[in-house]
Design a protein around this ligand. Structure first.
Ligand code: GLC
Length: 426
C-alpha cells in the first residue's frame, strides 16, 4: 500500500488513535463516553485495523461474535469490564449472559466487512482460516433477523429500539417514539451529558422512552420470539435494511469463495426477496427512501440519510438519490448531513439530527463507487477528509462549518480515514 506523502501524517494519527483505544481483543469507540465494545463500531474498526495489522482486525470481529446469543442475535454492546461512566449499564439490561451484553442489536455491517477483509487480505491462509470460522456465525445472525424481526415474512426487518438503527435520535423516530409511554421508568442518571455538551446529545424525553422500551423487553425476558409483536416501537428503516441486504449479498459471495453452497444459496434467496420488497419504501416526491412504521402501517415523513443509505446496496434510482445528496450539500459547507437541511426539524449540532458522520459518508461513497458514480463518491471522500483536516478525529461534525462535535479521539472515525486513504491503493 502506498499513501501520498501529504496523507502520511493523517494516516499515522488515525493509526495511533486505533492503537490507543485498543483494549487487547476489542476496541472502545472512545475513552470515557463509550468504554465497552459496540457492534458496528467494531466491524468498521476492523476495516481500518487491517491496513496495519490483519490478524488484529480478525480478532476484533471474533471477540464480538464470541458474545453472539444462542438464538443468533449479535448484541449492540458487550460489557467486557465494569465501568460506571456509562448508562445504561449491565444491571439495567439484565440479559443474564455469561459476559453481560445489551439485549438489542445494531446495523449488520459485519457481512460486507468480512468479505472485504477476506477478498483483499494479504495473508490468504490466515484469512481463509479465520473467515471460515466466522461465516456460520454471520449466517446465523442474518437468519435471526428474518425470523425474529420479520415474523410475517415480508422480506424487510423492523428495528424495535432507536438504538438498533445506530442513528439513535434521528428525526426518523420522532413520531413512532412519541407513542412510547414513559410511565414506570425507574429513576436514573444519564452519564453521556457528563462527557459531552447536552445540546449535542439526545433529549431527556427521548431517553425516558429509550429506557421504557428496555424495561419492556427486559420484562419479557429478552425472548426474541415475543419482542417483535409486543414492541410499541417497530420501524422498517431503509438504512438498516439496505445494510442487511448488502451484507447478505457479501455473505453469499464469501460463502461461495469458501465453498459453502448451502449458506450461499440461503443468502441469495433472502436478498432476492428483500430487494423486491424494498421498493415499497421509495418516495417519488422526496427522491429518496423513507421509514415504514409497522405499528400504524404507514411511511413516515422524515428525510434522513437513512433514506439515502440504500445507495450502499445499489437500491433505487442512483441518479435521483445523487440529486438529493447534491440538494442537501448545496445548503451546507460539508456533506453528508444526517438529515435534510431544509427540514425545520434539522439540528446541525445534535447527534443524528443533522451532523455529518464519517461512517455514513464511507458507506455512501462505497455504494456510489460500486454503481459507477465515481464523481459523486469522490465528492463525499473529499468532504470527509476535509472535515478531518479541519477538526480532527471527532465523533461527528457540524455540516455548516465542519466543527468537531461529541466525543474526540474517535475510533471509527479514525478507521474510516485509514480505509479512505488506503482505498484503491492496496
Ligand atoms: C452512539 C451512536 C452509535 C454508536 C455508538 C458508539 O450510540 O449513535 O451508532 O454505535 O454511539 O460509537
Amino acid at each position: 500500500m502506498t499513501i501520498e506523502p501529504g496523507d502520511r501524517a493523517l494516516f499515522d494519527n488515525a493509526e495511533a488513535i486505533l492503537r490507543d483505544n485498543d483494549r487487547g481483543a476489542y476496541t472502545v469507540p472512545t475513552k470515557g463516553l463509550y468504554p465497552f465494545q459496540w457492534n458496528w463500531d467494531s466491524c468498521l474498526t476492523a476495516l481500518g485495523q487491517r491496513h496495519f495489522d490483519e490478524a488484529r482486525a480478525w480478532t476484533e470481529i471474533e471477540t464480538l461474535l464470541a458474545h453472539q446469543w444462542p438464538d443468533g442475535m449479535v448484541p449492540h454492546i458487550v460489557f467486557h469490564a465494569p465501568d460506571d461512566g456509562y448508562f445504561p449499564g449491565p444491571a439495567v439490561w439484565a440479559t443474564d449472559r455469561p459476559t453481560p451484553t445489551s439485549g438489542i442489536t445494531q446495523p449488520p455491517v459485519l457481512g460486507f466487512v468480512l468479505l472485504r477483509l477476506f477478498a483483499e487480505a494479504n495473508d490468504k491462509v490466515l484469512a481463509r482460516k479465520r473467515a471460515s470460522a466466522l461465516l456460520p456465525k454471520a449466517d446465523h445472525w442474518h437468519r435471526w433477523f428474518y425470523a425474529s424481526r420479520d415474523p410475517a415474512g415480508t422480506g424487510l426487518v423492523a428495528i424495535l429500539h432507536p438504538w438498533e438503527s445506530g442513528r439513535d435520535n434521528s428525526i426518523d423516530w420522532d413520531e413512532a417514539l412519541a407513542r412510547v409511554p414513559t410511565d414506570g421508568v425507574a429513576p436514573y442518571q444519564r452519564r453521556d451529558t457528563q462527557h459531552v455538551d447536552a445540546a449535542e446529545r439526545p433529549t431527556q424525553g427521548e431517553y425516558d422512552r429509550y429506557l421504557w422500551l428496555v424495561q419492556k423487553f427486559r420484562s419479557l425476558g429478552w425472548d426474541n420470539s415475543k419482542l417483535h409483536d409486543a414492541s410499541a416501537f417497530k420501524v422498517v428503516d431503509p438504512g438498516f435494511n439496505a445494510i442487511l441486504i448488502r451484507s447478505d449479498e457479501a455473505l453469499g459471495e464469501l460463502a461461495e469463495m469458501l465453498g459453502d453452497d448451502e449458506i450461499a444459496a440461503a443468502a441469495r434467496g433472502r436478498v432476492a426477496k428483500a430487494r423486491a420488497a424494498f421498493l415499497q419504501l421509495w418516495s417519488e416526491k422526496d427522491g429518496q427512501f423513507l421509514c415504514y412504521d409497522r405499528v400504524v402501517e404507514k411511511l413516515g415523513a422524515s428525510c434522513s440519510v437513512g433514506g439515502l443509505l440504500p445507495l450502499l446496496a445499489g437500491l433505487g434510482d442512483t441518479d435521483r438519490l445523487v440529486d438529493t445528496v447534491h440538494r442537501w450539500r448545496g445548503k451546507v459547507a460539508f456533506g453528508v448531513p444526517s438529515h435534510d437541511p431544509s427540514d425545520p426539524r434539522f439540528e446541525p449540532k445534535r447527534y443524528w439530527r443533522g451532523p455529518c458522520w464519517l461512517v455514513v459518508n464511507h458507506m455512501l461513497a462505497d455504494g456510489l463507487a460500486r454503481s459507477g458514480r465515481l464523481d459523486a463518491a469522490a465528492e463525499i471522500v473529499a468532504d470527509s477528509l476535509g472535515l478531518i483536516r479541519k477538526s480532527g478525529f471527532a465523533e461527528y461534525y457540524d455540516p455548516r462549518d465542519g466543527s468537531a462535535l461529541g466525543g474526540r479521539h474517535f475510533t471509527w472515525t479514525a478507521a474510516m480515514v485509514v480505509e479512505l486513504l488506503s482505498a484503491g491503493r492496496a
